[in-house]
Design a protein around this ligand. Structure first.
Ligand code: HEM
Length: 468
């Protein structure tokens, strides 16, 4: 009976039975290289280094609209944001908030047009474990507020209470509006992030947001489209399971659909996204390895995987059912990202998820280079008092916040040779393999009692449900 199959927890605990906390919510980020806090314990690194906005203006400013050199699409770029959100959330402020300033140079073209010379971008240090950061033996360690596993926490959240607000408790489905196409709005006031909408410069009601599992999902229409796609996939699977097993309870159908959605997500990330993103495939799976730690490293979180930010396009195209590109009401061919921050719910009034995904798939991503497009480098959303920020400057600040060492020290810590020239740079990556092989509940692990047959594993790639 399916109800006797193990149900994966939402908070990531007990995936590894010998180390039940591995990969769980609120674990430390993993420190693989020595920290370089300026006091050796917790103070931000780089107190004497230049302002990160200055660095961003020097190294990350460039023309918008230069296309990917490898024909990568905008769909791939934004799927990267899904992958990041699925495994890490470690940049949110702690409590009480620790404020720092990113200095802005006089006459900065974006932030100080009147040449007053008294402007700065606010920066909040990330939440950390309060038992750390008290001595050089135990430097500050930031925490990951998502599970490190690819376990659908992006879709189902990391807590059962939150997830229960999303469930219909009827035939295993998640709540949607009447036509089943969009999730319900957040009238229950689940604590989704609700940044002020920069285009109107004020906070809007949290009840307008779509109720989804990750608090960040209403940030932009592309990431929102992916979340809705997976929610629909869950409900589609639930309907199919109900047809095959009319006697199953709501809970059984829900858990079966959830397992298969997670398996689909693992399959797409590991075997489609990663090869397209990295240009190489992982070696064949040869089984679950219980001694591999799955935790997300500081260097991955604050630097390496933020590489995806260079591929973000300044706007997104939409295509209708006849494949025609759809113009905005003002006659523009694309919707600017900076006009949609935290306002995506209105966006879906005249646009469908399919139109967004078709548009993204037909659009080339920005070039893989140090340049960030202006919508995120100059016009990223911010807090109320400063509704536009610079993502490039934030990224470097986050590295200082986490006490990241310099690039060559980091390389040495990973057993790599120091680089002597810029052209030496070509880093091999191992963390995606760790995420797959260390996951006991991975869809390819035949011994986990969840996905035990070849047919089950195929279900992750190609449903209908078969005979399970
Ligand atoms: C429009 C698209 C995106 C926006 C607006 C965005 C914005 C942000 C912001 C505001 C942060 C936190 C910055 C901080 O305070 O430290 C962040 C973190 C991050 N981003 Fe993005 N991002 C986008 C796409 C991507 C993509 C495509 C990738 C990777 C392929 C990515 C990877 C990451 C990672 C790994 C983090 C650290 C996660 C965390 O600690 O919470 N992002 N992003």
């Amino acid at each position: 009976m399916y109800s006797q199959t193990e149900k994966q927890r939402y908070d990531g605990w007990y995936n590894n039975l010998a180390h039940p906390d591995w990969g769980s919510v609120d674990s430390h980020l993993v420190r693989k290289a020595p920290p370089s806090y300026s006091d050796g314990v917790y103070a931000m690194a780089g107190a004497n280094r230049p302002s990160t906005r200055r660095l961003s203006r020097l190294f990350m400013r460039g023309k918008d609209g230069l296309g990917s050199k490898f024909n990568r699409t905008a769909l791939l770029a934004f799927f990267g944001q899904l992958v990041a959100n699925e495994i890490v959330m470690a940049s949110e402020s702690g409590c009480p908030i620790e404020m720092h300033r990113i200095e802005i140079e006089k006459c900065d073209e974006m932030y100080d047009r009147e040449c007053r010379g008294d402007k700065y971008i606010p920066f909040h240090r990330a939440a950390y474990d309060r038992d750390t950061g008290q001595s050089p033996n135990a430097p500050r360690e930031q925490i990951n507020q998502m599970t490190a596993w690819i376990d659908g926490s992006f879709i189902y959240s990391t807590s059962e209470a939150w997830l229960n607000a999303m469930r219909s408790f009827h035939n295993g489905t998640l709540l949607t509006e009447k036509d089943g196409k969009l999730p319900v709005r957040n009238t229950m006031r689940v604590p989704l992030f609700n940044n002020p909408v920069p285009s109107v410069m004020k906070m809007l009601s949290p009840e307008r947001l779509f109720l989804l599992g990750d608090p960040r999902t209403n940030q932009n229409p592309a990431i929102l489209s992916f979340a809705i796609l997976f929610l629909r996939w869950h409900n589609t699977l639930a309907q199919r399971i109900k047809r095959v097993h009319p006697d199953w309870s709501d809970e059984d159908i829900y858990q079966r659909a959830r397992h298969t959605v997670i398996a689909s997500l693992q399959n797409v990330i590991v075997y489609e996204y990663l090869p397209a993103f990295l240009g190489t495939s992982l070696p064949p799976y040869d089984g679950y390895k219980q001694d591999i730690h799955p935790g997300i490293g500081h260097i991955f979180q604050a630097a390496a995987f933020r590489f995806g930010h260079t591929m973000i396009p300044p706007g997104i195209y939409r295509r209708d059912g006849q494949c025609n590109f759809k113009e905005t009401p003002m006659g523009y061919p694309a919707v600017r990202l900076c006009s949609t921050w935290w306002d995506s719910s209105g966006f879906f009034a005249d646009t469908s998820v399919e139109e967004v995904l078709m548009g993204l798939a037909s659009q080339i991503s920005e070039r893989e280079d140090p340049v960030l497009c202006s919508d995120v480098r100059d016009k990223l959303f911010g807090p109320m008092e400063f509704t536009r920020r610079d993502l490039g400057a934030l990224n470097i600040m986050r590295g200082r916040d986490n006490g990241l060492p310099d690039y060559n020290t980091a390389r040495e810590s990973y057993g790599l040779k120091r680089h002597k020239t810029w052209t030496d740079i070509n880093p091999p990556l191992s963390s995606p393999r760790r995420l797959r092989d260390a996951d006991r509940i991975c869809f390819e692990n035949e011994r986990n009692g969840i996905f035990y047959s070849r047919g089950d594993r195929r279900a992750a790639q190609d449903y209908p449900l078969g005979t399970s």
